[in-house]
Structures are given as structure tokens and as C-alpha cells.
Ligand binder design. Sequence first.
Ligand SMILES: [Ca+2]
Ligand SMILES: [Ca+2]
Length: 632
Amino acid sequence: MWALVLATLSFSFSAFGTRELPVRMDPPNWWVGMPGNSVELLVETLRQEPIASVTLTQGEGVRILKDEAAQNAVYHYVTLVIEPSAPAQTLVFTIKTKKGRTYSHSYPLEARDASRRSHMGLDSRDLIYLVTPDRFANGNPANDQVRGLQEQTLDRSEGYQRHGGDLQGLTDHLDYIASLGATAVWTMPVLVNDMPRASYHGYAITDHYRVDPRFGGHAAYKAYAKALHAKDMKLVMDMVPNHIGTAHRFYQNPPDSNWINAWPGRPETDKNGEVGEPIITNHRYATLYDPYAAPSDQQQFTDGWFVSSMVDVNQRDRHCAQYLIQNALWWIESIGVDAFRVDTWIYPDQNFLNQWSTAIHAVYPEFFIFSESWVHNEHSQQYFLDRHPTLDGAADFMMYQAWKEALEKPTTWNGGLNHFYMNLAADYLYREPENFMVFLDNHDEGRFFAKVKEDKDLYKMGLAMLYTMRGIPCLYYGTEVLMKAENDHGAMRQDFYGGWPDDAKNAFTGEGLTADEAEALAFVRELAELRKAHPVIGTGALRQWAPYNDVYAYSWSNDEEVLLVMVNRNANAQYFDLNRMGDWLNNVSTPKVLLTTKPAGVPVFPDGLQAEVEMGIYYMAPNGVTILGYRK
Ligand SMILES: [Ca+2]
Ligand SMILES: [Ca+2]
């Protein structure tokens, strides 16, 4: 009975949009010359007819290795072997149903675009700008509501409803993003979330091969990628291997019940897209490394659902795993993706993630994958890197926490800046700490400006450190103009100023910004220029000095220059003793002040900088940051 209800539902889903074909094949196309020389097609009859066989009736240098019936008879798994010599072509398959019906299905086998693979990946000279695409800019009001999709409400005053932002809006403002020093843009997921409510955030994907038409669909994503690459910027795609929206056909009508973990007690979806009584994850990631972990706790952690509208996927099913791997490869090849940010990395099957990232790097060695491994101590952060040798980097939640300690709290023996200093020292635990993505805030945590209680000095301190820290900095859109919502997801993903025609404020043009907002934006641009002008940041040798009198300093050095960042987290003027730099001051020029958040205002040395340097100490204003540059 349940299967019957599901089958009916699934049919109605296939009735909208562009696909009226009787047969669906995922991936929707493939390429010749892909390493591995094979692809597993998930073949499905959209009218829910059980399949008898799938055969290839046209194809050169291509053959079917295996045609397997799935547990659900309307699906087959078809493994195709593509000889390295096979030309780009259109294959033709014949699908016979058990009732004797025959369908012919054309399948494109395309040539790869070699130019796309030459510059992919991220490194410590990159800077990422994170955007909530529904909330950044509305480039095309015609796609705000799309007939056939479940959620039809549009209300900019409601944090959890659609606001109309899209990929065209983002594409229109890449110069603005570049002006902040960003070389890469990470959007929250853009694949379709055909959910009845709160679909704007993108993490409840309902079709792995379809860009949400409210963001402009596949064509807009492709145009966005092209525009980014034309400006020598990178595209970071947000991947979600752990879960899917309940409206996904893999929940409503899965190829195999084994694709889904922990079926809920009441599986029918309600008007909000939620189901009843799913087993929810216990969030205890320690179960993965705890030598004393109870197996039931471990299973609940990995297989439990995140929320009752998002279905936990079983990546241990080999067909499901293959589907997800090919899906990742397909987006890279099809769009020209440069890096993946992987959502909730610690929650899917961990062996699968190794298989997934290894498979991606086998095809694209330069590709960059970084995880959201949201942990609360250094050894866990290390565990999730060591567990995955082909994971390139991770969002550095420990440094995020350290910044909170340093800037939200006063410096004490162990706390404040001392906490930050000790956190950076823990880099000995990690391979390639330069690959960490570092951040002051993001789409899940309150805005940085709110966290420092709207203190402009501390705001500048944080931003100056972010732009000069080791790793790949990530700026959350709107933080550069002092957006300050916290404690609510809908609110902290607020509309960007100027993204909608009737906006009173426009950050793109500067119109209507308050003096403080304009000052913040100018400061971020100053940091962007500094970062660009000094490649030593992120690539040179890093050294840090233990905080003394609430003053913390770190520096970057290479054959050309030494760049010294000094942070005074005291309510009074304090100095840094330059003599502590030791051998790094051998054979260097008199320094220049490259950036200071405010003049020291301490009339100790009337002759200014030269006198101070000769005395070997440098004074800074209360809660100020100064960056000195020495040439070699
Ligand atoms: Ca729109
Ligand atoms: Ca899971």
C-alpha cells in the first residue's frame, strides 16, 4: 500500500518541468576519455513500469557490461564500458518493460573540455566569499516563483521564505565581490529543493542533477561559472552527501530501500515535508573514534537523521555510493567546478567519503575538497583529517572558536588572545594547516559584528587577522557592511543591500550606507589590497609571539619581505618589543606602516616611527591593529 502511494506521488513529480521522456537516466550524459572508462547508469521508467531489460542499440566503442535489476523494478543499474578510443557520440538504448512496451532513449557521450582542468583547486592565496543565493541579489524577478514547484510563497519580510535571489544576481556583482579580495565564491547549495516550505537554504536537495529553476537552472549556473572563470575566480560548490529532502524520489520511490537509513515510524510526508518519528542522530561524533563506544551509539550517530524533513542516505549501498561519486564528477565536468565544500562531513559513512574523495582526485588531481567538520576540540579536528587522506582541507572550527575567545573575551592567563595563540600552536597536529578554511562567521553562526557587540575596533581587529591568517580566509556576505543578525538562521541569511531594485541601501554603489558601514567596507577593501600586494601572506614562513601585556603578534617572512601583524587587545595603549623578532630583523629595511586601525595617540616618540623603531618598541592604540612591512 505504501509503495503504491509513493509510486503515485513520484509520477506527479515527473509531470512538471522539461522532462516528459518515459525514461530517465542518471547521469543525464557522460564523457569519453574519463579515467575508469565506465559509468553506471541509473535507468528509471518515469511511468513506473517494471523494466525487463536495457540494451544498447547504437554506440561505437561502447558496450554494456552489466544490466542489473534494482530491488524496485522500475529501476535498473546499467554498467557501461567506454573504450578510450570511443568517439563523442549519441548512444541509443532500448528499454523493454515487463509488459512488453519498448522505449528508445538517446544518450549523449560528449568530448571533455581540457581547458577547464588547468586552473582548478584552491590554495592559501585564495579568499572565499560565502553567499546565500536566495538572499544576495535578484537578477531575474521572472524566476522568483516557478509553477509546478511545491513552495509558491515569496516574502522578503519572512526569514524562512523565498526572497527571489538567484545566480544571475550573483553573476552581475562579481566585480563587487572581487573588490573585497575574494578569488572564489562559495554558494550554499543551488540544486533544486522542491520542498513545501523553507526551501531557500538548499540543503534539502530533491534532484541531484537539477539546478533550482528559482536560481535560474542549469544555464544560469553555467553562465555564472563562465563569468567567474573569465575573472580568474573559482567556483566552490556546496555538496551534501549525508542527506536529501523528503520530496526526493530516492525517498518517495527509492531504487532500493537500502539507499535510506533508519526509515521513520510514520513515513508519509506532511504538508511541511516532514515525516514522523525518524531516528535522529545523537550528534556524538566521538563514537567514531572512542575506543569504548557502544555500537548502538555509533550507528545512531551515522544513520540518524538530521531533521525530520531531511532523509539520511546510506552511502554503504554500493549503487548509492556509485551514484553519489558520479554525481560529483558530473558537476565538475559539466560546470567547471573548482572546489567542493562538503556539508556535514562527519555524518555520512566515513569509508564512503574516502572512496568519494579518492575517486574525485583520481580524475581531477588539482581539485580541492574541504569539509565542514564541525568539532569542538583539536584532536577531533585532527581525527577527521587523518581519517581522510584525500580530503584537502577543512573549515577550521577550532580557529573560529579561538577568535571568539580572543575577541569576545578579555585576555587572561589561558583565555582571550592566549587561547588564540595556543590554538595556532596546535597546528603541529595537522597535515597542511595552510589548507584550512578560516572564518569569523558563516551561515550557521551569528554575524561577527554582533558577536563583538558592535565594537568597531574589535571588528577591525578580527577582519585584519582574518585577511592575514594562515589558511584560506572566508568572508560571509554582508559582514563587510556590518550586518549583525544572530541567533536565527532566517535572519542571519538576510538580504544583501542593493540586491533588490527597491532597496534603500546599496552596498554595490555605496548609496544609503551609514558612515560606519561605508567605513567598514573601505577597511575590508584596504585589507584586500594589502593581501594582494603581499604574496608572503599565506605562503611565507609563519612565526608567532606569545601575548605579553595583551599584545599578540605574528609575522610572515620570505626572501623579499617580513610582514608583522601586531594586535593590542588591551583597553590602554600598549607596545610590542620589536627586539623579540630576533634573526628576522637581520638585513631588513626600516619598516613601513602598511595598515593601522587607528593612530597610537601616544606621544612617547615625537619623531614618530623612526624613533620608535630605533628604540625597538612599537606602540599601538587601545584595541588596535598595526601591520608593519620590512623589505629585504
Ligand atoms: Ca529571481
Ligand atoms: Ca548519516
